[in-house]
Write a protein that binds this ligand. Structure first.
Ligand code: URP
Ligand code: ZN
Ligand code: ZN
Length: 471
C-alpha cells in the first residue's frame, strides 16, 4: 500500500517546505515538490490504482506525530489507579495528534526491574493503539537492581526515573540517587528526576493538617517553588559530579528553571521538560479555587502562581526547556474525593494526553514559539533525548510515517464530553482552541480521520529505545 499526502506544507524542527510526502510500507519513501508514484508492478507512467491512497493536505501542515515522553496509564497511585488504560489513553493520544508515548513501569520496593518491565508490557500489549516505550521508575538502588539497569538498557528501556519526593513511597536519598547516576554514566542510561524536596514538604504537610488546613489549595502551599528549585539544583550537582546528564521532569517553577539555565550556561548537560498545566494553569486561578474544585488541579509539583508561566514560555523559546510532555495521570472526581477533608490524600495527577498539541499550538498562534519549535518540543527533541530519532520525531526518508495533518483553522471546544480521555472533567473545560489534527497516521496507517478512530487497539508496538543522543 502506498499513501501520498499531497499539497501540504511539511514542517519539521528545522524546515518548512511545500511538498508531497509518499509513504510505503509504513515508512516515508519520498518528500518532493511533486511526488511521482506508481503502484507496485506497473511502470512509472502507470494509471492510478487502488493500491495508492491520496490524502489532500491543501491549506494544512504536515508534521511529525507528537511524542509524549511522560504518561502514566493504568498506574496505581495514591490509593487509586489512573483512569486511562493503554487502550483509552493511546486512542485519546492519537485523537490529539500524538503517535508515540513513553510511559513509566514501576519497580516497587522488594521487586526487580524485570518484573516491573513485564508487568507494564502486559498492561500495554493487546491494548496500545500507537507505539509506546517505557521508562523505569526505581524506588531502590541495591547492587542487584543497579546490575539490572544494564539489562534494561539492552531491552530498550534506556531511561530511569528517580524521585526526590514522596518519602516512604518513591523517594530515594542522595546516596541512592548518586549510585544510580554512576551506573547510568557507564551504561548510557538517562536519569529522569522528580525534583522536589520530599522531606521538607512532608513536614509542611504534617503542620498544615495539624492546623486543620485541609483544602486542596494546601497541596500548593505545602510544596513551595523554592523546594523545587533546591531539589533541581541538588540533582544537577549530583549529576555533574557523577559525570552524567540529567533530565528534569515536569519542571514547574522559575527557581527550578533558573537552576537548569545556570547549569546549561556552564555547559553542563542538563535537560528539562515542562507540561501544559504549568504553562496554562495557575495556583490562584485553579488550585486555590473555592471548595473542592481545586482537587481537579492537584498534581506534583503543584500549579504555581501565574508569574511563573512567563519564565517557562521564555525557557521554551530559548531552549533551556527542550520538551513539553503531559505527565498524563488522570483521576475521576470520585477518586479525587479520597482527599476530601485531607488534601494530602487527593490522588496526584491531571489529564492531558489528548490536549497537549492543541494547547501548545496556542503558543504558536500567540507568537511565543514558531511552528518549527512546536515540532521540536512536541516530537523531535523527545525522540532524540529518549533514543527514538530518526525513526520517530521527524519526517525524513526512512522514518516511520507517524504524521499529523494539522488544520490551523479547525476550531475545537475542549470538553470532557467530547474528548476521549476516560475522565469526568477537563482542566480546560469550555476553552476554544484553533488548530488541530484532521488526519493522524501511525506507521502509515490512518488512525484518526474525520473525527473517527480508525486504528485498532493492540496495533501499537513496543519501542526498544537506543541510549541517549543529546546533541
Ligand atoms: O502529580 C503527578 N505528577 N502525578 C504523577 C506522578 C509523577 O510524579 O509524575
Ligand atoms: Zn514525578
Ligand atoms: Zn509523572
Amino acid at each position: 500500500m502506498i499513501t501520498v499526502i499531497k499539497n501540504g506544507t511539511v514542517v519539521t524542527a528545522s524546515e518548512t517546505t511545500r511538498a508531497d510526502v509518499v509513504i510505503e510500507d509504513g515508512k516515508v519513501s519520498q518528500i518532493a515538490a511533486k511526488a511521482h508514484v506508481h503502484p507496485p508492478g506497473t511502470s512509472a507512467g502507470g494509471q492510478p490504482s487502488d493500491d495508492i491512497e491520496t490524502i489532500d493536505a491543501t491549506g494544512k501542515y504536515v508534521m511529525p506525530g507528537g511524542i509524549d515522553a511522560h504518561t502514566h496509564l493504568d498506574m496505581p497511585f495514591g490509593g487509586a489507579t489512573s483512569a486511562d488504560d493503554f487502550e483509552s489513553g493511546t486512542i485519546a493520544a492519537a485523537f490529539g495528534g500524538t503517535t508515540s508515548i513513553v510511559d513509566f513501569a514501576i519497580q516497587y520496593r522488594g521487586q526487580g526491574l524485570r518484573q516491573a518491565f513485564e508487568t507494564w508490557l502486559t498492561k500495554a500489549e493487546g491494548k496500545a493503539a500507537i507505539d509506546y516505550g517505557l521508562h523505569m521508575i526505581m524506588t531502590e538502588t541495591s547492587p542487584s537492581l543497579l546490575d539490572e539497569m544494564d539489562g534494561m538498557v539492552r531491552e530498550g528501556v534506556t531511561s530511569f526515573k528517580l524521585f526526590m519526593a514522596y518519602p516512604g513511597v518513591f523517594m530515594l536519598d542522595d546516596a541512592s540517587i548518586f549510585k544510580a547516576m554512576l551506573r547510568a554514566r557507564d551504561n548510557g542510561g538517562l536519569i529522569c528526576m522528580h525534583a522536589e524536596n520530599g522531606g521538607a514538604i512532608d513536614e509542611l504537610v504534617r503542620r498544615a493538617l495539624a492546623a486543620k488546613n485541609v483544602d486542596p489549595k494546601w497541596h500548593g502551599l505545602t510544596r513551595p517553588s523554592r523546594l523545587e528549585g533546591e531539589a533541581t539544583g541538588r540533582a544537577i550537582a549530583l549529576a555533574e559530579v557523577a559525570g552524567v546528564p540529567v533530565y528534569i521532569v515536569h519542571l514547574s517553577a522559575a527557581e527550578a528553571l533558573e537552576a537548569v539555565a545556570e547549569a546549561r550556561d556552564r555547559g553542563v548537560p542538563v535537560l528539562a521538560e515542562t507540561c501544559p498545566q504549568y504553562l496554562f494553569c495557575s495556583y490562584e486561578e485553579h488550585l486555590a479555587a473555592p471548595g473542592f474544585e481545586g482537587a481537579k488541579y492537584v498534581c506534583s509539583p503543584p500549579l504555581r502562581e501565574k508569574w511563573h508561566q512567563d519564565h517557562l514560555w521564555r525557557g521554551l523559546a530559548r531552549n533551556d526547556l527542550q520538551v513539553v510532555s503531559t505527565d498524563h495521570c488522570p483521576f475521576c472526581m470520585a477518586q479525587k474525593e479520597l482527599g476530601k477533608g485531607d488534601f494530602s490524600k487527593i490522588p496526584n495527577g491531571m489529564p492531558g494526553i489528548e490536549t497537549r498539541m492543541y494547547l501548545l499550538w496556542e503558543g504558536v498562534r500567540a507568537g511565543w514559539i514558531t511552528p518549527n519549535r512546536f515540532v521540536e518540543i512536541t516530537a523531535t527533541a523527545p525522540a532524540r533525548i529518549f533514543g527514538m530519532f530518526p525513526r520517530k520525531g521527524t519526517i525524513a526518508i526512512g522514518s516511520d510515517a507517524d504524521i499529523v495533518i494539522w488544520d490551523p483553522e479547525r476550531e475545537v471546544v475542549l470538553s470532557h464530553k467530547t474528548l476521549h480521555m476516560k475522565v469526568d472533567y477537563n482542566p480546560f473545560e469550555g476553552r476554544t482552541v484553533r488548530g488541530g489534527p484532521s488526519v493522524v497516521l501511525s506507521r502509515g496507517d490512518v488512525v484518526v480521520q474525520g473525527g473517527k478512530f480508525l486504528g485498532k487497539p493492540g496495533r501499537g508496538q513496543f519501542l526498544r529505545r537506543n541510549t541517549r543522543a543529546l546533541g
